[in-house]
Design a protein around this ligand. Structure first.
Ligand SMILES: *[C@@H]1O[C@H](CO)[C@@H](O)[C@H](O)[C@H]1NC(C)=O
Ligand SMILES: *[C@@H]1O[C@H](CO)[C@@H](O)[C@H](O)[C@H]1NC(C)=O
Ligand SMILES: *[C@@H]1O[C@H](CO)[C@@H](O)[C@H](O)[C@H]1NC(C)=O
Length: 459
């Protein structure tokens, strides 16, 4: 297999060399044959990884926090009626009974309360914040309407199926003509410049394979359910208009990002996948995972799969406004290398730990709510794996504005803000750019997961 990689041309960083070396390991990339097509796709993806890395991550985290402050301020001051407040106090679902749309977090506020969302679907692409903020998905392309839930032909997928849509060349904004359950026979291999937009329908990807975003750039996955994903045997699968490739076994990950850049996953509801729910590995970067809801799973998110994948030093991921819900065990997320901004998430259940990792990842935890489980020995939010204190004390794991309940605690290490150069006057000083406090998290995550959007009314 190695010889196929040597063709890659002059684009070889030290990073890439060791990256390529590890691809021959079983952590491989489900690609059974690295022919010219996949070799090219991989080398394009490496260039994207290098180009998408932001040398000034503090600017990106401040930018999100600034917009969170603006959105909260506007919602609180203009729409601060007694009724809404009592709705929020009384729980997540009550609000839905009323006609009134209230959005507290800046991503939702950007589009969700517009009753004309269906006529302006692509507005969504202007709303992403965090490390995935440059993602536009299929914004520059036409709409594609999926109206056939079948997945019978992996080599020549039928027009009208999701597999046909995601394997087309060029940008596409993919929507659904009706509610449907899609049982994928094998992994769904998504190409660059695509949006999967499930608004206006109930779209379940379930009881089959999951979604694969491999060596591609610029993908939005929005408002779909991904449930009960199971391993599949692989085989010949169409992976673009011009190419069919041989795949090895897929592990049963819900959404698998391999060498993927500029990816935004928003308002997705995920339950029970055989392997990870969301994995981001092998040079994946410039990613935002927001407004999503996770339940019933052991290992939720894996960012960086192997201590040898030093390419993952380029990994930058934002995890914002999500609800980590019932019967979750660990890895929310588990990180190797990279810089992970975990901001304003609601952690209501975990069994072992919430956030962990090894290989010196940088973890910026801001304004989350952490509710520890009853088990006294599992109250620590954080977990360092396979590393003595003498080594991990240097890792930058910082907590700011987090709200700890039931005895939850975060063990910090490193030095505050040692993880980024100072931004060059990026946003107005007015807001002092502190994260929204963890006590606001219920409001900020009130509508996490799939939204029931109907044309003509706010989502
Ligand atoms: C307040 O709510 C209304 C809808 O009831 C909405 O149109 C308006 O944009 C909201 N204002 C702010 C500042 O969020
Ligand atoms: C995706 O879109 C961008 C911008 O239009 C374009 O430069 C790029 O080549 C596209 N990628 C693919 C793989 O088509
Ligand atoms: C910081 O972010 C802002 C807003 O996205 C951008 O306009 C500015 O150029 C960035 N500055 C640097 C130094 O990256």
């Amino acid at each position: 297999m190695t010889s196929a990689f040597l063709n890659i041309g002059s684009y070889l960083f030290v990073f890439c060399l060791s990256f390529l070396a590890t691809l021959t390991s079983p952590a491989g990339a489900n690609v059974a044959v690295f022919d010219d097509y996949w070799t090219q796709r991989q080398s394009d993806a490496l260039k994207q990884t290098m180009a998408s890395f932001d040398p000034n991550p503090l600017n990106v985290t401040d930018h999100l926090n600034y917009h969170a402050a603006l959105a909260m301020d506007a919602t609180e001051s203009v729409n601060n009626t007694r009724r809404e407040l009592s709705q929020v106090r009384n729980g997540r679902k009550l609000r839905k009974r009323s006609r009134k749309c209230v959005a507290y977090n800046p991503i939702d506020k950007c589009w969700r309360c517009n009753g004309d969302w269906e006529k302006n679907r692509k507005k969504l692409a202007d709303c992403v914040l965090g490390f995935g903020r440059k993602t536009t998905g299929g914004k520059d392309g036409p709409f594609y309407v999926v109206n056939d839930p079948s997945d019978d032909d992996l080599i020549n997928p039928k027009p009208g199926t999701l597999r046909h849509a995601v394997t087309r060349d060029g940008p596409l904004w993919i929507i659904f003509g009706s509610s449907m359950i899609i049982k994928l026979q094998q992994e769904l291999i998504i190409t660059s410049n695509k949006t999967i937009d499930g608004r206006g329908a109930r779209v379940y990807i379930m009881e089959g394979a999951g979604l694969t975003v491999q060596f591609v750039n610029n993908v939005i996955i929005h408002n779909i359910y991904v449930k009960h994903v199971v391993p599949k045997s692989g085989g010949l699968i169409r992976d673009s208009e011009q190419h069919i490739g041989l795949r090895t076994v897929s592990d049963g990950d819900g959404i698998s990002l391999f060498g993927a850049t500029n990816v935004w996953i928003d308002h997705v509801s995920m339950t029970r996948c055989s392997d990870g729910m969301i994995d981001a590995i092998l040079g994946s970067t410039a990613i935002t995972i927001s407004n999503s809801h996770f339940t019933d799973h052991e290992e939720v998110m894996l960012f960086g799969a192997n201590d040898k994948h030093v390419i993952d030093k380029k990994m930058q991921i934002t995890v914002a406004f999500n609800h980590f819900g019932k019967r979750l065990d660990q890895r929310m997320p588990r990180c190797r290398f990279g810089t992970i901004h975990v901001v304003n998430n609601d952690y209501t259940h975990w069994e072992m730990y919430a956030i962990g990792g090894n290989m010196n990842p940088t973890i910026i935890s801001q304004g989350n709510r952490f509710i520890a489980p009853p088990n006294e020995r599992a109250r620590q939010v954080t977990k360092r794996e396979y590393t003595p204190y003498s080594a991990w004390k240097m890792w930058n794991w910082q907590s700011e504005g987090d709200y700890f309940l039931n005895g939850a605690y975060f063990v910090q290490s490193g030095r505050q803000n040692a993880w980024s150069p100072k931004p060059v006057n990026p946003v107005p000083r007015k807001f002092a750019i502190r994260p929204q406090p963890g006590k606001m998290v219920r409001k900020l995550t009130m509508d996490a997961g799939v939204l029931g959007c109907k044309p003509g009314t706010a989502c």
